[in-house]
Design a protein around this ligand. Structure first.
Ligand code: PGA
Length: 263
């Protein structure tokens, strides 16, 4: 049996459309070792519906009012998330980097603020298709660079770094990234494992962080989840599209629960 159970993070993105649907989906997906990340307006109701799963947000801002200048219309602080019992936050998702102009520096500020606030960070890193086409060595260089920029200054937060989870999510592997919703774009288990081990080695050598949880994201579904999670080094999965279909998500959880019990 693995010492660290696999973790499944449901990234609902900007879905579902209504609060009623969100609560229904949350009830269906409420299992141990699951983190549900709904949009901000549904956090409170989803949190109240969960008994076994943990609550997470999809983003947060780096300042906490009243300190830190501002005001910052539209933003949400770590303290606010804590007050809703959101224990996790996804930071640096590629869609935010792409559509909202989030830079590595902004991601870094958010990572530090979340760790200071005592929220577990699910940091997303991963290369684009153009980079990957230039080979695995180029992709690794890109990921290392991103990681180092995003984690700048975490040494000062030594005791809090247990709250860090890194997600390797190659941008091109995200189910909607090629405009084909149900297409399986997932990376191969071999390449994922190689990259995850590489990320582990950076965390160990640069930050003396060992036994960190690194998870994979990108087109994970009930057909392929076992291929990834059978490896001890892959600590879980970030699931987008498949987390919006209760039946499919439950299948994933069933497979992962079995893995968690039998190793
Ligand atoms: P996907 O999304 O599972 O639909 O590929 C993953 C993500 O973007 O977090």
């Amino acid at each position: 049996m693995n010492t660290m159970p696999k973790l499944i993070v449901a990234n609902w993105k900007m879905n579902p459309a209504t609060l009623t649907e969100a609560v229904r989906l949350a009830r269906a997906e409420d299992r141990k070792n699951v983190v549900i990340c709904p949009p901000f307006p549904f956090l409170r109701a989803v949190g109240a519906a969960l008994r076994r799963a943990k609550l997470g947000a999809q983003d947060m801002f780096w300042e906490n009012p009243p300190s830190g200048g501002g005001p910052y219309t539209g933003e949400v602080s770590g303290k606010m998330l804590r007050s809703l019992s959101a224990h996790y936050v996804i930071i640096g998702h590629s869609e935010r980097r792409r559509w909202l102009g989030e830079t590595d520096e902004m991601v870094n500020k958010k990572v530090l603020a979340a760790l200071k606030a005592g929220i577990k960070v699910i940091l997303c890193v991963g290369e684009s298709l153009a980079i990957r086409r230039r080979g695995m060595a180029v992709a690794k260089r890109f990921v290392r660079n991103q990681l180092m920029k995003n984690l700048k200054g975490i040494r000062g937060l030594w005791s809090k770094t247990r709250n860090l989870i890194v997600t390797y999510e190659p941008v091109w592997a995200i189910s909607t990234s090629r405009g084909a919703k149900d297409q399986d774009n997932a990376d191969t288990p071999d390449d994922i494992l190689q990259m995850i081990r590489f990320i582990k080695s950076i965390l160990a050598s640069r930050y003396a962080l060992r036994d960190m949880r690194i998870i994979y994201g990108g087109s994970v579904n009930s057909q392929n989840v076992q291929n990834f999670l059978q490896y001890k080094d892959i600590g879980g999965a970030l699931v987008g599209g498949a987390s919006l279909k209760a039946k499919e998500f439950k299948k994933i959880i069933r497979i992962v629960t079995k893995l968690n019990h039998h190793g």
